[in-house]
Design a protein around this ligand. Sequence first.
Ligand SMILES: [Zn+2]
Length: 215
Amino acid sequence: MKIIDLSFVIENGIPTCGTPWHQTVKLEQMGTIDTVGRNTHSILLGSHTGTHMDAPYHFVKGGRTIESTPLETLCGPISVIDFSKFKAGDVVQYDDVKDLKVTERMLFRFDWFKHWRTGDYYKAFPFFSEEAVSFLMANGIKLLAMDTPSPDDTKNINSIDSPNHKALLSKDIIIIEYLNNTDQIDLAKKHTLVALPLKLKGSDGSPSRVILFEE
Ligand SMILES: [Zn+2]
């Protein structure tokens, strides 16, 4: 069995959502072996840093927070859909998903992770139409994962208008964003997802280690 790591490395200087409220990464050495006999770091992160998960509370008042996300949703069989034909600015329409077998967990590969740290990562990434998301929801999706920054239109990234986030999160559907290495997935194989956020009390999301077992 192969294990594929779909997570970005978290380090100083990685891009974060270009909004004034999002914290940039600050990893700083505190103790060192030479000074206090051990290495330690302080870690300052936004909740939507690197490969991460959105909990309903991100957009829903009173919504579920990240520490109570059921592990049964985050771990288990997942379908991988190759949407690498979608390019910058493309929209996944209802017609593109209507013949898919919808499962509880679905991962959409756009190969957008290749733009990480290029300056283009947040620009015009492919996203889902509201009709496409409605179809997935009507057919029982519980977790939607992608290698782009968002299931929503890039022009909404700095506004409160994120219709797909709101639709999914209001129904307790988990969103995983910023996946890495999706081109390493062999579509002919079967996949099991393990996606683990930090158990942060009251948080709207968390950086997450996301891996696939492939067999
Ligand atoms: Zn997010």
